[in-house]
Design a protein around this ligand. Structure first.
Ligand code: SOE
Length: 374
């Protein structure tokens, strides 16, 4: 495969993460599109990128671009990803794949019909010890599942002075905290545990009723005096799931938990052992046994499952984290374009699965009833 040409559409915090991962994977970023042509110019200059596109039309018309990374606010994912696929470009589209289930269905169907590579960054799958957990569960080391539990907690929206496009349902979608980060947790535990959620009972709470008016930037703390706006999206969510095997799962999700920056944590308890992962302590995997034994598996290239070793690019003790996951995800996406099939690559099918879960979680939170996921 020759050098891939890439367009980055959306230049907030996550656009910069995509750009770095694309470059490290050997691609050339041909151009950027942003919220305005002026902003695209500014970013193109600071990133040292050749072209500042006027919009998605220019990006997909660029013959030097084979892959479009959609890093815009959520409500633009559907039109941007669709335009790119229609133009014959491979797509990496941020999660949530779309703000409605119908839009996610349409994108997944379109991607399947084109045969193009279309992926969604469920990047926590790329922690080497997460691969280790999955391999151990699949090998029967923890036995039949008895319980799944955990949380995904952040604090970047604790301050009422903080606001962001994600808070506005017109831009972020009908769910905020669950679609933004609960979606990662669900993807991860279904993928590691090997059981799919079949029904849900969920509760949403908006604990900060008013926030400083948003400026539209990806992570924003607006200056005082800019007015306030009422908040309708949820700051916290709690959900109980039952898998199709009958296993109970519970998760707490929050963007207002002081001191928790990005704490995705899960534990899967089986009949023979338990396995636990903490994203903020991501070099280690905990295994617990009923006879008081414990094992802490430490990430490294020399031990453990094949996928753990494949993704451990640094020696143990040389911490590998979030950015490395992103890099490995983008590198695997590009490998898929080269016709290889990397293990565990999250595609638009996984984005659709996630959109279905989020849709059912929202329905349950509204109806206050157990709701099937089918
Ligand atoms: C903000 O909550 C955010 O950047 C999410 O949008 C990402 O998906 C998550 O990985 C980190 O936090």
């Amino acid at each position: 495969m020759g050098t891939l040409g890439v367009a980055i559409v959306g230049t907030g915090m996550i656009g910069a993460v995509h750009r770095r991962a694309a470059v490290l994977a050997g691609a050339v970023v041909r151009g950027v599109a942003a919220s305005s042509p002026a902003r695209a110019q500014e970013v193109a200059q600071s990133w040292g990128v050749a072209r500042a596109y006027g919009g998605i039309e220019d990006a997909i018309a660029d013959p030097q671009v084979q892959v479009v990374h959609v890093c815009t606010p959520n409500h633009l994912h559907r039109p941007m990803a669709q335009a790119a696929l229609d133009a014959g470009k491979h797509v990496v589209c941020e999660k949530p794949l779309a703000t409605t289930l119908d839009d996610a269905r349409a994108l997944a169907a379109l991607a399947a019909s084109t045969g193009l590579v279309a992926t969604v960054p469920f990047v926590y799958r790329y922690h080497p010890v997460v691969r280790e957990a999955r391999a151990r569960v699949a090998a029967g080391e923890i036995g039949p599942l008895r319980l799944i539990h955990g949380s995904y907690l952040q604090d970047w929206l604790l301050d009422p002075a903080s606001n962001n496009w994600r808070v506005d349902p017109a831009l972020g979608g009908a769910s905020r905290v669950f679609a933004d980060i609960g979606s990662h947790w669900c993807d991860l535990v279904e993928w590691v545990g090997g059981e799919r959620f079949a029904e849900v009972s969920a509760v949403f709470e908006t604990v900060i009723a008013e926030r400083a008016a948003a400026t539209g930037k990806s992570f924003t703390t607006p200056a005082a005096g800019g007015g306030t706006q009422a908040v309708s999206s949820e700051d916290v969510a709690a959900a109980m799931f039952r898998t199709s095997h009958g296993t109970l799962a519970t998760v707490t999700v929050s963007q207002v938990s002081a001191g928790r920056r990005n704490r995705l944590w899960f534990e899967i308890d089986g009949a023979k052992a338990s396995v636990a992962f903490d994203q903020e302590d991501c070099e280690r995997l905990w295994m617990g046994y009923p006879d008081q034994r414990e094992e802490v598996f430490v990430r490294g290239p020399g031990a453990g499952s094949a996928e753990q070793r494949r993704l451990s690019v640094l020696p143990a003790g040389h911490a590998q984290g979030y950015a490395n996951c992103f890099e490995a995800f983008v590198a695997d996406t590009y490998q898929a374009i080269a016709r290889e099939r990397p293990e565990g690559l999250p595609t638009f099918e996984d984005g659709l699965r996630s959109a279905l879960i989020v849709d059912r979680v929202i329905a349950s939170a509204r109806s206050r009833a157990w709701t099937p996921i089918a």
